[in-house]
Design a protein around this ligand. Sequence first.
Ligand code: 5MM
Length: 339
Amino acid sequence: MNEMELVSVAEAMVAEGKGILAIDESAGTIAKRFKAINIESTEENRRAYREMLLTTAHLGKHISGAILYDETIRQSTRNGVSFVQVMQDAGIIPGIKVDMGAHPFAGHPGEKITEGLDGLRQRLEEYRALGARFAKWRAVITIGENIPTTSCVDANAHALARYAALCQEADIVPIVEPEVLMDGAHSLDESFEVTEATLRALFNQLYEQNVLLEGTILKASMVISGSEATHRASVQEVAEATVQCLLNSVPAALGGVVFLSGGQTDEEATAHLNAMNLLADFPWALTFSYGRALQAPSLKVWGENPAANVAAAQKKLAHRARMNGLAAMGQYEESFEAA
Ligand code: 5MM
């Protein structure tokens, strides 16, 4: 394990004013996104869409790294330049999703366990040779009646730590993502309680399994009201609760914190990140690793006419990257959206 390299890659991933572009949708998820815009999910359409995103001019100004999917890391532009090369030329660190998805957790109705540890050591070796310098593994925690159970939280935390240790052995920075889903009618307080318990379980396991925290990035969900809650917490309440939850449960030694957007609108996700960064100085950088909240406007425009709208779609992505880059420094203002 090259500790110096792990720490320097982790630092670069959360460099000031930059965050991560999550474009690691698995085959099923990208098909769902494409269906919503009436685009068929063929390999060529997926390649063309990801080429549009990755070749956006000056993307590296606000994007430090991008998380790819197994298919995408092997793809190239129409002109034959590999996506990894495009990213390296733009100063964007290539990352890779290595989990094999969240599956029903046996004996625990309504809960999920993420799979993908079998053969992971060999897959990481291959991804490193292909150019990946960081990886991602997502666990899914659902809030509902009598869930999450401690066994679900602990089993996912254990798997996340096993994955993280294997990544570091291969000189790949692990992003650990224990997503507490926004789906449901739960309150901000319930979200706080579950997120705190999940993070505590995760960091216990990372400690138990000798994971170098300085060479690890946490991808956290914000502490937020459920999407069907009757009372939705304000931007300020979400920011304060999220920061308090992290301060309660995340060691200062960690390499950095990036957030997922989890179904928030793009502007909501930016406003929340900005409000957090206005609160105080933290032991870690707080930035973004959004999927939907970075891609949504761009995907919509591209889907209207993939052949003709490349430049217009890239403009949308560049705008959201800039807005979130500013939010990562607490310098975002709603009025910038119109500019
Ligand atoms: C881009 O979506 C990622 C992959 O999801 P699947 O494995 O379900 O296809 C997802 O892990 C994503 O990286 C995070 O959830 C963050 O994305 P959002 O849209 O929540 O910001």
